[in-house]
Design a protein around this ligand. Structure first.
Ligand code: CP
Length: 326
């Protein structure tokens, strides 16, 4: 294991990381996001070394605390923490004292008492990480809360887009699917607007936001039900998972109808800019929101998003843990 810290310092153009927690992207400044991306680029370099580990976080304990299922977020945080030399404790609600009725507050205080410095948590209730953050001195990183926010997904999506396109100023990004219930769409909207992208939310009227649409500096996400029109000349098309329970709840007439109007397939993707980026946060329902040929086609960045997730999460752990040690 190498002892050298990553190349990026905890400052980009003089910005230092000062936050205890990462709860969403809405309050992050452009300079803070720049710092995360710059640090993630250094972490990607670490990951490309023959020995892809450093000992920067030796002596730091990171806990993953997941009350909801996850593959990508949980696994990549564990890989990221270990790549930085941290000790990792993995907890899920099932099999822990949560099943005996222990509260969230008692659980995070217990983790703090055993020496945990950073808690990465996912919870089915919106706002749960905010509650936890108020009751522990351990840093809280939100790995997804209810329908509210998924900041690390948005940051890895931004890292992937800027890595491919450079500046996002004036770039047309379409996010299609169940926007109403999507924490990914919401957290992405904040970062993309801050980077100057034109963001359009697209989906059936029943799955579009009714009251609140993110806006930055007076620039607001557009909202439409017409994917065939919205996708014209798009630079990035991001499809979201369609949960089958939406049909059971009467929010879409049928999956067949949804596929006919909102599936991103080869014919629709041809309407976007040549070489437009196709993204999906995963897990995907192949054959529903994406046709198999585009899901695995040349324009698909789905696996690149997952790989970038490790570098971005290393960057966040590095910045947040370094701050908590000072
Ligand atoms: N994108 C995402 O959050 O995936 P997981 O649910 O597998 O973590």
């Amino acid at each position: 294991m190498l002892d050298a810290p990553p190349a990026a310092s905890a400052s980009a153009e003089g910005t230092a990381w000062t936050r205890k927690d990462l709860l969403d992207t809405d309050t992050l400044t452009r300079a803070e996001i720049d710092l995360i991306l710059e640090t993630a680029r250094a972490m990607r370099e670490v990951r490309s070394r023959p020995v892809s580990k450093v000992s920067t976080l030796r002596g730091t304990t990171v806990a993953t605390l997941f009350y909801e299922q996850s593959t990508r977020t949980r696994a990549s945080f564990e890989v990221a923490a270990k790549a930085l030399g941290a000790d990792v404790v993995n907890l899920t609600a099932s099999g822990s004292s949560v099943e005996k009725g222990e509260t969230l507050i008692d659980t995070v205080r217990t983790l703090e008492a055993i020496g945990t410095d950073v808690i990465v948590m996912r919870h089915h209730r919106s706002g749960a990480p905010h509650l936890a953050a108020r009751h522990t001195s351990a840093a809280i990183i939100n790995g997804g809360d209810g329908t509210h926010a998924h900041p690390t997904q948005a940051l890895l999506d931004l890292f992937t887009m800027t890595g491919r396109l450079g500046s996002l100023e004036g770039r047309k990004v379409i996010i299609v699917g169940d926007i109403l219930h999507s924490r990914v769409a919401r957290s992405n909207a904040w970062t993309l607007l801050k980077y100057g992208a034109d963001v359009t939310f697209c989906g059936p009227a029943t799955l579009l936001p009714r009251h609140f649409v993110p806006a930055v500096d007076g620039r607001r996400c557009a909202v439409t039900t017409d994917l065939d029109a919205a996708i014209e000349d798009a630079d990035v098309v991001m499809a979201l998972r369609m949960q089958k329970e939406r049909q059971q709840r009467g929010l879409i007439p049928s999956l067949r109808e949804y596929i006919a109007r909102y599936q991103v397939n080869a014919a629709r993707l041809r309407k976007a800019k040549p070489g437009a980026l196709l993204m999906h946060p995963g897990p995907m329902n192949e054959g529903i929101e994406l046709s198999p040929e585009v899901a695995h086609g040349a324009q698909s960045l789905i696996e690149e998003q997952v790989a970038n997730g490790v570098a971005v999460r290393m960057a966040l752990l590095y910045l947040i843990a370094a701050r908590s040690r000072t």
